[in-house]
Design a protein around this ligand. Structure first.
Ligand code: PAF
Length: 288
């Protein structure tokens, strides 16, 4: 039976906090799905998982200015809010928390959560302020929405690692639930930024997925040298017109440190630029 659902829209952090306190007071559990909107099937899979786990599901939609560098796409970032709200409604989300930047950051925000050395490598090398901005926003969202569970996609594998590290280091009592990457039919990892790509370009961008598949096959065939696997990944991505690798790394899943030999659970992390104007940055990863 379809439930006639009404999603509550909250924009004020104080009202959000009161709502969560009321729910907790009634003995209900809360799951948060933090997003920047432009929801796609990847986000919706998080919402579905959150609904299985908790009594109350909160989806935050907040395009976080702190995680965008100066020449990045903060202004252009897609914001189809009415459509997002409708999707949340259809999935039976209890609350959409949609603060504006002034509500969440009333001042300059001199207090930041930085994430340490792991926030400065891989994606953090190209986007030096990115993870500090993410962790600061996520920690505020946790304080305001007071969830017992929070759901993140494995597509942002480094982000997921850093959020878990933050929760451990700063004693947040939130269980972080990482969910598998959801892919388009051709294999491209779902991302809000895919709206920047035409169908032709999406087809070209599947080279990242194919590179992950090639790496997995090499390891299945017994290859243990990270350098050899990465060589193959580089040549595959170079074969795609208009794509330029930002980085490709093989890392230990438990520490995110680079590995030379593929002897334990490892992950191939990739980022690539597509085109010149606009220059679109895509990320992907897979277990090897
Ligand atoms: O993954 C995202 O959409 C964002 O980085 C997040 C976690 C919502 C923080 O702004």
């Amino acid at each position: 039976m379809q439930r006639n659902f009404s999603t509550e829209l909250i924009t004020c952090p104080v009202a959000m906090g009161r709502f969560s306190e009321r729910m907790r007071g009634q003995g209900k559990t809360i799951a948060l799905v933090p997003t920047m909107g432009c929801l796609h099937e990847g986000h919706l899979s998080l919402v579905r998982a959150a609904k299985q786990k908790a009594d109350v599901v909160v989806v935050s939609i907040f395009v976080n200015p702190l995680q965008f560098g100066e020449n990045e796409d903060l202004a252009a970032y897609p914001r189809p809010f009415a459509r997002d709200l409708q999707l949340c409604q259809e999935l039976g989300v209890d609350v959409v928390f949609h603060p504006d930047a002034r509500a969440l950051y009333p001042g300059e925000v001199p207090t930041r959560v930085e994430g340490g050395p792991t926030a400065k490598v891989y994606c953090g090398q190209t986007r030096p302020i990115h993870f500090g901005g993410v962790l600061t926003a996520v920690s505020i969202l946790f304080h305001v929405t007071k969830p017992q569970f929070a759901f993140f996609g494995e597509k942002d594998f480094q982000q997921l690692f850093l959020v878990r590290q933050m929760c451990r280091d700063l004693h947040f009592s939130v269980e972080i639930c990482g969910m598998p990457i959801v892919r388009e039919a051709g294999g491209l990892a779902m991302s809000s930024r895919n709206v920047y790509l035409s169908p032709d370009r999406r087809a070209i961008a599947t080279v990242l997925y194919r590179a992950i598949g090639a790496a997995q096959q090499m390891v299945r065939n017994g290859e243990r040298s990270a350098a050899k696997v990465l060589n193959e990944v580089h040549s595959l991505v170079q074969s795609a017109p208009e794509m330029a690798l930002d980085y490709a790394e093989l890392v230990d899943v438990n520490t995110l440190a680079r590995v030379d030999q593929l002897l334990g659970p490892s992950r191939l992390l990739l980022a690539a630029f597509f085109g010149d104007s606009p220059r679109i940055r895509l990320i992907d990863n897979g277990a090897v």
